[in-house]
Design a protein around this ligand. Structure first.
Ligand SMILES: Nc1ncnc2c1ncn2[C@@H]1O[C@H](COP(=O)(O)OP(=O)(O)OP(=O)(O)O)[C@@H](O)[C@H]1O
Length: 451
């Protein structure tokens, strides 16, 4: 079997030698070039699996070379060396298509990590449909041109280590897109850690992100790892990133730039290798204008931006999405999937869906639960009477930790009481509760009471 081959481009002989030794010890064959001209020649003669290039070369610069490789050898991951602290060039290189960057002086452990990640990349597929299973990431459905473009974009950025910022209205599938990027990329076997930045109490934030040492504050009864370390080797998804308080934004920026974290109450920094994906439904430019979000952090996390299209702009996808959701609900309780009447489909296509795909999913779940017929008709849908959902509350102000859990507890209590009073006769209990048998069966399953 041919050995894996790497191309090293740097005009300093010492660096070339150091890289050559390190990569050879990792079992790679290497070639080196001291300028762009030599590099292009080697690229035309040999096939490489990874390429490392310096930024400043005697006859050109690294970014031009990255662009050239992107165009001519798009399968080849190329990483650039940057002077320590010159984040601007690193970001520019990643925007141009570099797979990653590494600061000089090169830390060998970081270099090995980078090479290993690059070698895990499978050849890019030209596939833009969703027939390919994305193991742990549910498919991003939709054949509208915007969705086809989006999946292409995701396939491309999943081959890079660049931070990606995902913008889009609530419920458009931002988390789903983040999962797809992670599970299609070289980090798929490492953890994907999603964190809702708006849901962490302010005073616990630092410890949640960076961990803490036992005894560092009241309540710290043991060491805690923190989200960055939990995501080491994998991806940290900062959902609702606009909700981070300003002081936390500073600390986060530092951790991302230094690629290291220090736990609360700890002395030592630990290096981390985490890809950062982030999202918000808010307009971050506006947040920056109002000084609620730091522009330096935005610049750092928004190396590549992906925009999720709202559902009302791709109405042709609604029928397929709706049928897929119904089939899933039906499968969960092992009944045949009902179909949608033409009027229902038209009505759904007319509706503006302020809550996007999540709202469509919720509407259908409710309709499926309440309707016993094989065909769902307009009156089952009750769309026109629906109020657009209001903004999600940003903080829980009352004593309820989660409204969903709270409502589920009430639902469970009422159902159990009805079942007890009917000696667990589900048909009689459904009647007593004024719901259909199928609806009760669905709820029992959802609440884990179906045993
Ligand atoms: N294109 C799609 N195909 C299939 N399901 C989708 C699609 N887009 C969104 N969904 C589903 O809609 C729901 C909401 O998606 P998701 O949580 O990813 O949205 P979001 O943009 O992150 O929402 P929020 O801004 O509220 O956090 C999920 O159940 C998800 O599976």
């Amino acid at each position: 079997m041919p050995k894996t081959r790497a191309l090293i481009i740097d005009d300093e002989p010492d660096i070339r030698e150091l890289l050559d030794i390190t990569l050879s010890r990792m079992g790679l064959d290497t070639d080196s070039a001291e300028n762009v001209r030599q590099a292009k020649k080697l690229l035309s003669e040999q096939s490489y699996q990874v390429c490392l290039t310096d930024m400043k070369l005697p006859d050109g610069n690294g970014i031009e070379l990255v662009k050239f490789i992107q165009k001519e050898y798009s399968q080849l991951p190329v990483a650039v060396f940057t002077a320590h602290g010159s984040m601007d060039l690193a970001i520019e290189a990643m925007k141009a298509g570099a797979f990653d960057f590494i600061s000089k002086p090169v830390e060998l452990e970081q270099l090995r990590g980078l090479i290993n990640t690059a070698l895990k990349l499978e050849p890019a597929s030209s596939e833009t449909t969703n027939s390919k299973p994305q193991n742990k990431a549910p498919a991003l459905l939709g054949d509208a041109p915007a969705m086809v473009k989006l999946r292409k974009q995701i396939a491309k950025v999943s081959r890079s280590q660049a931070p990606v910022f995902i913008s889009g209205e609530s419920g458009t599938g931002k988390e789903l897109a983040a999962r797809a990027i992670h599970y299609q990329g070289a980090r798929a076997d490492a953890p994907f850690i999603p964190v809702n930045c708006g849901a962490i109490p302010k005073e616990l934030m630092e410890s949640e992100f960076f961990g803490h040492k036992k005894g560092s504050f009241t309540g710290a009864t043991s060491d805690k790892q923190g989200l960055f370390l939990a995501a080491d080797g994998g991806t940290l998804f900062l959902d609702e990133v606009a909700d981070l308080p300003l002081d936390m934004q500073v600390k986060l920026l530092r951790a991302i730039q230094e690629k290291a974290v220090r736990p609360v109450g700890g002395e030592q920094e630990t290096s981390i290798d985490v890809r950062i994906l982030s999202a918000t439904h808010k307009d971050l430019n506006q947040e920056i204008e109002h000084e609620r979000f730091r522009s330096d952090l935005f610049y750092r996390i928004n190396v590549i931006q992906i925009d999720m299209p709202p559902l009302r702009e791709r109405t042709d996808d609604i029928k397929h999405l709706a049928e897929t959701f119904l089939a899933r609900f039906a499968k969960e309780i092992d009944v045949p999937s009902p179909s949608l009447s033409q009027d229902v489909i038209k009505e759904l296509q007319r509706y503006s869906f302020p809550g996007n795909v999540r709202e469509l999913e919720n509407i259908l779940e409710r309709t499926f639960t309440l309707c016993d017929e094989d065909i769902i008709e307009l009156e089952d849908l009750q769309l026109s009477t629906r109020e657009p959902p209001s903004e999600k509350p940003q903080h829980n102000t009352g004593e309820v930790d989660s409204l969903d859990d709270y409502l589920e507890d009430i639902e469970r209590e009422v159902i159990v009481s009805a079942l007890e009073s009917t000696k667990w006769n589900r048909t009689a209990a459904a009647k007593k509760l004024g719901v259909s048998f199928r609806s009760l069966r669905y709820r029992l399953k959802k609440l884990g009471l179906d045993e």
